[in-house]
Design a protein around this ligand. Structure first.
Ligand code: RP5
Length: 160
């Protein structure tokens, strides 16, 4: 199975991104976590992205805050899909991160989830990997059925 590379700009992003890593692991997807900054360690970012496909990764998830260019820089050096996770920030609440990630120039997309959307980034990555993995696709189908059952149970409770 293809692996998922989870990169974040700072260890201060780890607390939020643990949800992403945990969700990927819950689907039995192999995951590697790295701290790498588009601005402080740009050469490392370049190498990570350039080597990712050859190292067996199928998707890259990039979390960053403020001037959040990490996902865009990684996407510049690979044809693997890159999912961006904007981190909430103290000054602008994460709108700075969101706009930095989502407003990519034509030709270099970064699939952007919600501010602090770590869980959805993992699920979207799993759906991408599942395109060529039937067993994982079945696990995703079961995951959706469980979510539906939870909502139905709550609906039945309020209607009782
Ligand atoms: C970004 O700036 C990081 O991704 C983090 O979200 C934010 C703060 O980073 P630190 O000051 O904690 O290194 O680069």
């Amino acid at each position: 199975m293809k692996k998922v590379l989870v990169v974040m700009g700072s260890d201060s992003d780890l607390k939020v991104m643990e949800k992403c890593v945990d969700r990927l692991k819950s689907f039995d997807i192999p995951v590697e976590v790295r701290i790498c900054s588009a601005h402080r360690t740009p050469a490392v970012a370049e190498q990570l992205a350039k080597n990712a496909a050859a190292e067996g990764f199928g998707v890259i998830i990039a979390a960053a805050g403020k001037a959040a260019h990490l996902g865009g820089v990684l996407a510049a050096y690979t044809t693997l899909p890159v999912i961006g996770v904007p981190m909430a920030t103290s000054v602008m609440g994460g709108m700075d991160s969101l706009l930095s990630i989502v407003q990519m120039p034509k030709g270099i997309p970064v699939a952007t989830v919600a501010i602090d959307g770590a869980d959805n980034a993992a699920i979207l990555a799993a759906q991408m990997i599942a395109l060529s993995d039937e067993a994982l696709a079945a696990r995703l189908t079961a995951f959706k059925a469980d979510m539906a059952a939870e909502v139905t149970a709550k609906d039945e409770k309020v209607r009782a």
